[in-house]
Design a binder for this molecule. Structure first.
Ligand SMILES: [Zn+2]
Length: 178
């Protein structure tokens, strides 16, 4: 079917495709936004469903953006990275040298991440999935990531992760709220 009219998958009502910024909460993160992507918008039930090109590269780029975050990782960001790597909580806690309940408290936000664990989560991710390094290389940020490790600060302002889709893959921008 051609054109910009669609049938809503939720309610069968008339939906249309618009381009807009989309809060990608499907990632499990509430600070990730996809810039100017096609969203199927239903006039009747108000549901929004994004049309996401190149899903694998999107997830990879979110992972890389988190590794590049200037502030300590929040619990849901640790959970995102663990799931991105396809690790269960027992195996991941073992890699980090902490016990499972400790990891669970960090992921749930009941406990702040330690400086060491934060850096270890980032480095384990880079070692565990070489495609993250490839992505950083393509974005020309390999050197910055190394420097980042010595300059991570406690989170003072929420960081918004903005993903921009281009022909050759996603790029990211980290925006700090004023
Ligand atoms: Zn609908």
């Amino acid at each position: 079917m051609k054109g910009k009219q669609r049938v809503c998958r939720e309610c069968g009502g008339n939906a249309k495709i618009v381009r807009k910024d989309y809060g990608f909460t499907e990632s499990g993160l509430n600070n990730v936004f996809l810039k100017d992507i096609e969203v199927v918008l239903c006039a009747k039930c108000k549901s929004e469903s994004p049309r996401i090109p190149n899903h694998d590269d999107l997830m990879r780029t979110i992972a890389v953006a988190l590794i590049d975050k200037p502030f300590e990782l929040a619990g849901d960001e640790v959970r995102f990275l663990r799931k991105y790597l396809g690790e269960g909580s027992i195996a991941f806690a073992q890699m980090l040298g902490i016990d499972r309940s400790h990891l669970s408290r960090v992921e749930n936000g009941a406990m702040a991440i330690s400086k060491q664990t934060d850096r270890l989560v980032r480095t384990v991710a880079l070692v565990r999935d070489p495609s993250l390094l490839d992505k950083l290389k393509r974005l020309g940020r390999t050197q910055e990531i190394l420097e980042r490790l010595s300059a991570i600060e406690p989170e003072t302002n929420p960081v918004r992760v903005q993903l921009d889709h281009a022909e050759d893959g996603y790029t990211y921008a980290l925006k700090t709220a004023a």
